[in-house]
Write a protein of this length. Structure first.
Length: 221
């Protein structure tokens, strides 16, 4: 697989709490140079990136990140503002507590609410697989499909574990045909990148792709 083919699947990511504008500028410059699918950045940087780069950078941002337990209205307002300020892709975190309490309908309604806001923009749903049972993962595949989200995403990168090929294979068995897969967290080698793409991931969220493929330095998830 060529470097160019891999980069087309990469959400070039920098989500550290201490991320500086200089680091964000470096991220965006790399995204432009290597033609990554997007940059995935903190909400606070959406507007500055839009102002500095316009349509030169496809902006993805995170909502309810990384714990997911903010209320739906807060996530909705955050999503609305992110889209207004220039984001075109939204990666939301579900409320895992709702899943543990068996309140699957509440999770579905929240995803549906955000999808109505994003409309034709892309909505990715982070389910944080490291905290879930096999049965919960399967149920969430069904929920994400029924709520008409665009992607199911494995992880925030801030949990106790990241993406696994086993979870990608499980997703493929249980998501609907309109749902794509994003892997994130723990993708650390070129072989990992190729393996997840070959397994069926349309996107990979990582800060390491440029460093892995060019010998540079990763900015950090």
């Amino acid at each position: 697989m060529t470097d160019e083919a891999i980069f087309r699947h990469i959400d070039h990511t920098l989500l550290k709490a201490v991320s500086s504008w200089a680091e964000i500028e470096k991220l965006c410059a790399e995204a432009i140079r290597f033609k990554t699918a997007s940059v995935c950045v903190p909400r606070s940087y959406v507007k500055p990136i839009q102002k500095a780069y316009g349509e030169g950078v496809n902006i993805c941002t995170v909502i309810g990140f990384p714990l997911g337990y903010s209320v739906t209205r807060a996530k909705a307002l955050e999503t609305e503002q992110a889209l207004t300020e220039g984001a075109s892709e939204i990666d939301m975190v579900i409320n895992i507590g709702d899943i543990k309490n068996g309140d699957f309908e509440k999770v579905k309604q929240e995803i549906s609410t955000l999808k109505k806001i994003t409309e034709k923009n892309i909505l990715k749903v982070i389910i944080e697989t490291c905290y879930l049972t096999q049965e919960e993962k399967i149920r969430l595949c069904e929920i994400v499909t029924d709520a008409e989200a665009d992607y199911i995403k494995t992880s925030t990168g801030f949990g106790t574990g990241g993406a696994t090929l086993a979870d990608v294979e499980l997703f493929k068995l249980h998501i609907g045909p309109s749902v794509k897969i994003k892997a994130a967290g723990g993708v650390k080698t070129r072989e990992d990148l190729e393996a997840f793409i070959n397994a069926g991931c349309e996107r990979i969220g990582t800060s390491s792709a440029v460093a892995l493929l060019t010998g540079g330095t990763a900015a950090g998830y």
